[in-house]
Design a protein around this ligand. Structure first.
Ligand code: GDP
Ligand code: MG
Length: 210
């Protein structure tokens, strides 16, 4: 995290590096596009290497948060390269596709992978939210239940989980807002009111979207 203090306004600016990881086609690019540009396009070409986006949040009167979003290609063949990009990250989202249970199994691998490279010297892990994307699909196509998600989130020490839809824009802002709150808390620079904090810090299911 980088912190800068404006000279004239006494405002604080925080910069966080956020990784967006998960298997190919779970919706990482769509999620970032929705979050940053509020658009959805059915045909993003597969990300090669790393996509990069910036979102500026006016967090409080005197605080601006800049999120550097690193959308990392899910392909294993890129992993030798993407590992370099894990460096100095402040938090991450792991996405999986609710219609494909295999992507949840791999989300657990992603968690282990990132934690093994990003855990701090005192053993603390980075804040990480498990995002069940594509929750707009019919229930009959969903391969994962909320109970399973809750169990996996606890067992593998995710900060929490959320159901989201990049397609419809559901819980996209909320996911990154909650992660930001956790990152601010983690940095011990945030003591004021934080309405969302119990939302994910407890690891319990959050707002339902569909
Ligand atoms: P990435 O490989 O993880 O970056 O995934 P993409 O963002 O390229 O999305 C892969 C496919 O899933 C595309 O056809 C998207 O249109 C589709 N997709 C992404 N997000 C959603 C979503 O929330 N709901 C639905 N139904 N489809 C989605
Ligand atoms: Mg992509």
């Amino acid at each position: 995290m980088t912190e800068m203090h404006g000279t004239s306004t006494r405002s604080t600016e925080k910069v966080f590096k956020v990784l967006i990881v998960g298997d190919p086609s779970v919706g990482k690019t769509s999620f970032v596009q929705r979050y940053v540009y509020n658009t959805f396009n059915r045909h993003y070409k597969g990300t090669v290497g790393v996509d990069f986006a910036l979102k500026v949040l006016h967090w409080a009167d005197s605080m601006t948060v800049k999120l550097q979003l690193w959308d990392i290609a899910g392909q294993e063949k890129f992993s030798w390269m993407t590992r370099v990009y894990y460096k100095d990250s402040d938090g991450y989202l792991i996405l999986f596709d609710l219609s494909n249970k295999n992507t949840l199994t791999n989300a657990i691998k992603w968690k282990t992978d990132v934690d093994s490279l990003c855990t701090r010297s005192d053993g603390r892990k980075l804040p990480c939210i498990l995002v069940a994307n594509k929750c707009d699909i019919p229930d009959s196509e969903k391969q994962v239940t909320r109970e399973e998600l809750e169990e996996i989130s606890n067992q593998y020490q995710f900060s929490g989980w959320m159901e989201a839809s990049a397609k419809e824009g559901t819980m996209v802002n909320e996911s990154l807002r909650s992660l930001t709150t956790l990152m601010l808390l983690e940095q011990r620079n945030y003591r004021e009111t934080s309405p969302n904090i119990t939302l994910v810090a407890s690891g319990t299911p959050t707002r339902k979207c569909c």
